[in-house]
Design a protein. Structure first.
Length: 340
C-alpha cells in the first residue's frame, strides 16, 4: 500500500523517467542552452500563451522566491492567506531572500477573503507600514480547496486596481485544472506570476516560474542565478517537463490523484467517528478523528497531523483503488478497536 502522508512521497511517472533516460545521452551545453530546454519552453508557450516566459528552477520554494523577487523587495509586503505555504512552510525564505514582509490575511477554507484583502490595502500610502506589492494565492489552497474562476477574478481585479501584482503558487495546479475542467491558460487568467509545480504530480525534480506579464520577465534570468536556482544540467529538468506536458501526463496523473481522493472521501463519509473539515476538491483530505484511533491508524500507515487537531491524507498520481480501500480499512478498524 502506498503512502497517504504526502504526494511528495510518490515516485516519478513512466513518461518522466523515460524522458530523463533519453536525455542522458552524450554531452549538451549547460544552463539551458540545449534542445530539451528549447522544446520544453515551447511546450509552456503552447500551454500559457506566446507572450509567457518560463524559467526552470530546482524546487518549489525556489520558484516562489524567484517569482516574488520580480515584484517585491525591502519596504514592500506580499499579501497571502494565513495558511499559505510562503508564510507557513518555507522557513521565512521569501522574507530572508527578498527582504519583503509576508502579511497573512484572514481566509476561509484556505481562501483569501475579499474583505480581508480590502482591509489590507487600506495601508497603501501610509509611510509607517510596508506597502503591499503583490497578492499571492495558492491554487489549490494548502487545505485542498480550489478557487473558482469568479473568486480568482474578484481578488485579482481588486489587487490590480490597487497596483499590486498577482502571483499564484501552483504547486498542485494540475489538480485544480482537472477539477475545474480548464486549460492552464484559462486557469491563469488575470495572473502575472505563476509558480508551476510538477513534483507532486509525477515529475522527479525541478519546478518552473511562468511569467505571464512580459514586463516582469527581464530580471528573471539574473535573479534565478542570484537565488541559487539555475541548474547547470538543466536538460534533465527540461526533458521531464517536455514529456509531462506534451504527453498529457500532467492531466492523467492529476485526474487519477483527484479520483483517488474522492474514493477515499466516500469511504470516510460512510464511517462514524470521522469528521471532514473542508470540501474535498483536489487530492487532499483533512479530517478529525479521535486521537487514539488516529494513533492506531498511523502506526499501520503513517500520515501527518495538522493544525486544529486535524489529520491530513493525500492521494498521489499512482494511488490505486486497492490502496484507497486498504487505507480506508485501516481507518475503519482503528475506529472499531475495543474501547473506542
Amino acid at each position: 500500500m502506498k503512502s497517504f502522508a504526502s504526494d511528495n512521497n510518490s515516485g516519478a511517472c513512466a513518461e518522466v523517467m523515460e524522458a530523463i533516460a533519453s536525455a542522458n545521452s552524450g554531452h549538451a551545453l549547460g544552463y539551458g542552452d540545449d534542445p530539451w530546454t528549447e522544446r520544453a519552453l515551447a511546450s509552456f508557450k503552447r500551454e500559457f500563451g506566446p507572450e509567457s516566459e518560463t524559467f526552470f528552477v530546482l524546487n518549489g520554494t525556489g520558484s516562489n522566491v524567484l517569482a516574488l523577487s520580480l515584484v517585491a523587495g525591502p519596504g514592500l509586503s506580499v499579501l497571502c492567506s494565513e495558511t499559505a505555504h510562503i508564510a507557513i512552510d518555507e522557513t521565512g525564505a521569501p522574507e530572508a531572500g527578498i527582504g519583503c514582509k509576508i502579511k497573512q490575511l484572514e481566509s476561509r477554507d484556505g481562501k483569501v477573503q475579499v474583505g480581508a484583502l480590502r482591509e489590507a490595502l487600506a495601508c497603501l500610502g501610509f509611510i509607517h507600514q510596508s506597502q503591499p506589492c503583490c497578492l499571492s494565492l495558492s491554487q489549490p489552497t494548502e487545505l485542498g480547496t480550489i478557487y473558482s474562476m469568479p473568486e480568482l477574478a474578484e481578488l485579482a481585479d481588486m489587487a490590480h486596481a490597487a497596483g499590486l501584482a498577482v502571483h499564484v503558487d501552483g504547486a498542485r495546479l494540475a489538480n485544480a485544472a482537472v477539477a475545474l475542467g480548464l486549460s492552464f491558460r484559462e486557469l491563469s487568467a488575470g495572473v502575472d506570476l505563476l509558480s508551476f509545480g510538477g513534483m507532486k504530480n509525477g515529475v522527479a525534480f525541478g519546478e518552473a516560474v511562468v511569467v505571464l506579464k512580459p514586463a516582469l520577465a527581464a530580471r528573471a534570468p539574473y535573479l534565478r542565478k542570484t537565488r541559487l536556482q539555475l541548474a547547470s544540467k538543466m536538460r534533465f529538468i527540461s526533458a521531464q517537463y517536455e514529456a509531462y506536458l506534451s504527453s498529457g501526463a500532467w492531466e492523467r496523473n492529476a485526474r487519477a490523484a483527484n479520483a483517488a481522493a474522492r474514493r477515499l472521501e466516500s469511504a470516510v463519509r460512510s464511517m462514524g467517528g470521522i469528521e471532514l473539515a473542508f470540501p474535498v476538491e483536489a487530492n487532499a483530505i483533512f479530517a478529525r478523528m479521535p486521537s487514539e484511533a488516529a494513533e492506531s491508524a498511523r502506526a499501520k500507515s503513517f500520515f501527518y497531523d495538522w493544525e486544529g487537531g486535524l489529520q491530513r491524507w493525500m492521494t498521489s498520481f499512482d494511488t490505486t483503488d486497492a490502496d484507497v480501500d486498504a487505507f480506508a480499512a485501516i481507518l475503519r478498524d482503528s475506529l472499531l478497536e475495543p474501547g473506542r
